[in-house]
Ligand binder design. Sequence first.
Ligand code: AP5
Length: 220
Amino acid sequence: MKGDGVAIVMLGPPGAGKGTQARKLSDSLKLPHISTGDMLRESLKNQTELGKKAQQYMNSGALVPDALVDAIVAERLDREDCSKGFILDGYPRTLAQAQALQPLLDQKHRKVLAIGIEIEDSVLVQRLSSRWSCPKCGKVYNAQLEPGKRNGRCDECFEELVQRKDDTEAVVAKRLQVYHNNTQPLIRHYQDQRAYCNVTGDQPIDRVFEDVKKLIENHK
Ligand code: AP5
């Protein structure tokens, strides 16, 4: 599978499996996985200025203002490990973010391949309420499908698993609404650039990954 030189953008609603597939792609293509959600959660945990500003938005399921997110992405893409391509997970999420990203890609002569994971909202609420993750290494588990081997602790570092604050039913409903209003229009945006393709998200993780790999192999 070749991913060299490409900016892969994982698109899809909360819980579609963007992070799960981005991590697998990152291992397979040896490209950095850049998740704005992870970066923001890290800032929040460390109570940096950015974290303090982002907290109220994230906890309520709203989007963090574009300018804050654009700035952390621009800084991240400038690092050496992005020189051969990268996988964006959770960014861009608004048309304004896509417009802020474009000149950064043009400078690096990098083309976008946007991969949409398409799935019904009804599946997502169930998935997100089953998600647990390790606060230390970030490994993600699913209480029903991938519960881990150590009974509520991380397989890798034995840390106690936690649930995300924004995975409650009310906040998930808000995140889905925000997705449909603000992020779904990006599908059209990347279709117009002939840079969008999609996979079906409601199938086992490895099957989704097979489909994602095929899209990348066929991408010229
Ligand atoms: P973020 O962390 O990006 O959350 P999200 O987009 O809502 O996506 P999730 O991480 O919930 O889901 P995912 O699609 O990655 O699914 P996952 O692979 O984990 O953003 C959080 C918040 O940060 C936002 O609400 C916003 O406030 C802020 N933010 C972030 N980026 C921003 C931006 N660009 N602009 C402004 N604000 C921003 O899988 C979910 C679960 O399902 C797991 O348990 C997994 O094991 C399981 N699973 C995955 N695939 C499958 C499958 N095929 N079958 C069964 N189970 C599966």
